[in-house]
Ligand binder design. Structure first.
Ligand code: NAD
Length: 458
């Protein structure tokens, strides 16, 4: 087995060397998961729920230590690590409350001796290849409902969140989930690739579009369930009647929270020409208040860039935007190391010839474009290959709804942004992916509906 070195992106220090998986160990874990699934699927729902409740209690008891692990390996500000874990507790509560009614045997017809029922059977052994930016959220959206509904899970955390992945496995096993019914696979792309080669019944992926396409190409001919939750280039339009200060504060947060490394970060802002200058000034004022620094400091708002390679993407977008005439108002460069740092960056006078407005930035950078009105805003919001989220700021609900109805996005926001709810389905249009997690649909997605046609003997 090759070891996996884990570095702190805020300091560049080696913080751990983990034993990693290889093709042989991945195959062994997949075979054991197949056996474990048969038994786990027979465990009564009440007992499976009790395991997940104990898992929840384990997280709550160790929340500060778990937050520190995530912050050390990803550079996420510690307050946001705690927020993620607290948010996960709420998501677990939702899954526990909804799993019975979402998956109970359902009678849909009963007349004249003929009965029709729908049964929700587990998929079997599901693979979950996950991202590092919200490892508890994006992993938990999959493995919690998957386990509750009787699947075995092969969980490959990102190599940038592997210590968190191991902590998840340890807590689940301590809570009573059998060791082989949930296995963590440690390593990078090669371990993900090895996982695709196994006999699995579903693949649930969160990560980049580029990797999602590679996975789809490998798994397409296998005809197994495939969900891909990919990137975004999420727009918001600020109408001329919006409250400028509130919109600017909300969108600065939406663009820069988690150092801009959120799938649903605000990545493009369009502002009506009547309030453009005032909005730009207000957003810059807010971003200037964001404290950049040690992610372990509770006052820090902007932490490290998790993957050093992303700094090249940010540099290239800045260079391209400047060359094409954008106005740099703040930041625009790396900050001194050690570690991976990028200054919070704001551009105005941007347009759609610039990479900054076309390709996912995944960092603390935002472009603001002036628009003449609603029609231009809608046109620009839809001028993207992605479609994860989109928002509108205006006091006029009817206007917001009319605009958002025209926008291609899985989630739409009125006077808010960068928000995920366990009660609502999370999905993307276009290159943002296929399938969904969360909501009751995101429980049923880990099951296969079986149709029962039952006629009473006469
Ligand atoms: P990534 O694609 O680099 O990696 C994701 C996972 O895929 C990792 O575990 C990685 O080891 C694995 N992997 C890489 N190559 C593989 C291969 N050939 N075969 C199998 N597995 C492979 O993405 P990332 O940097 O971890 O995450 C950032 C991306 O995730 C961003 O684009 C972000 O928008 C997206 N994201 C989307 C959502 C969503 O809900 N839509 C949520 C979080 C993150």
């Amino acid at each position: 087995m090759n070891p996996l070195n884990v570095y702190n992106p805020a300091t560049g220090e080696l913080i751990s060397t983990l034993p990693a998986d290889d093709a042989v160990s991945v195959a062994a874990k997949a075979a054991q998961a197949r056996i474990a699934h048969a038994a786990w699927a027979k465990v009564p729902m009440a007992e499976r729920k009790a395991c997940i409740s104990r898992f929840r209690a384990g997280i709550a008891a160790e929340l500060d230590a778990l937050a520190a692990i995530m912050t050390r390996e990803t550079g996420k500000p510690i307050s946001m690590s705690r927020n993620e874990l607290n948010g996960l507790l709420t998501r677990i509560d939702f899954f526990l409350a909804e799993v019975d009614t979402s998956t109970d045997m359902q009678t849909v017809f009963d007349d004249g001796g003929m009965r029709e029922e729908i049964e929700h059977t587990p998929l079997g052994v599901v693979a979950n290849i996950s991202a590092w930016n919200y490892p508890w959220f994006v992993g938990g959206n999959v493995f919690i409902p998957a386990l509750l509904t009787g699947n075995a899970v092969l969980y490959k955390p990102s190599e940038y969140a592997a210590m968190t992945g191991l902590a998840i496995a340890q807590l689940l096993h301590a809570a009573g989930v059998p060791k082989d019914a949930f296995a963590a696979l440690i390593g990078g792309a090669e371990v993900g690739s090895a996982l695709l080669a196994q006999k699995i019944d579903g693949l649930f992926f969160t990560g980049s579009h580029a990797t999602g396409i590679k996975i789809a190409q490998v798994l397409g001919p296998r005809l197994i369930k495939l969900q891909l939750e990919l990137g975004g280039k999420d727009p918001t339009y600020v109408c001329e009647d919006a409250n400028i200060q509130i919109a600017a504060a909300s969108l600065a947060d939406g663009a820069m929270y988690n150092t801009g490394q959120s799938c649903c970060s605000v990545e493009r802002i369009y502002v009506h020409e009547k309030i453009y200058d005032a909005f730009v000034a207000a957003l810059v004022t807010t971003v200037k208040t964001f404290k950049v620094g040690d992610p372990m400091d509770a006052a820090t708002y902007i932490g490290a860039i998790t993957r050093a390679q992303q700094l090249d993407v940010l540099d290239a977008q800045v260079k391209d935007a400047k060359a094409k005439g954008a106005t740099l108002l703040l930041g625009g460069q790396r900050l001194p190391g050690p570690g991976n740092w990028f200054a919070p960056t704001v551009f105005s006078n941007v347009n759609h010839t610039m990479e900054l407005m076309k390709e996912e930035s995944f960092g603390p950078i935002i472009g603001i474009q002036k628009v003449s009105g609603d029609a231009e805003a809608v046109h620009l919001m839809n001028d993207t290959r992605y479609g994860l989220t989109a928002g509108v700021f205006t006091p006029d609900e009817a206007r917001a709804k009319a605009l958002l109805a025209q926008v291609n996005a899985g989630s739409v926001y009125w006077n808010c942004c960068d928000r995920v709810s366990p009660r609502l389905p999370w999905s993307g249009h276009g290159d943002s992916g296929v399938g969904l997690t969360l909501s009751t649909y995101g429980i049923q997605t880990f099951t296969r509906p079986k149709a029962w046609h039952l006629r009473q003997a006469t």
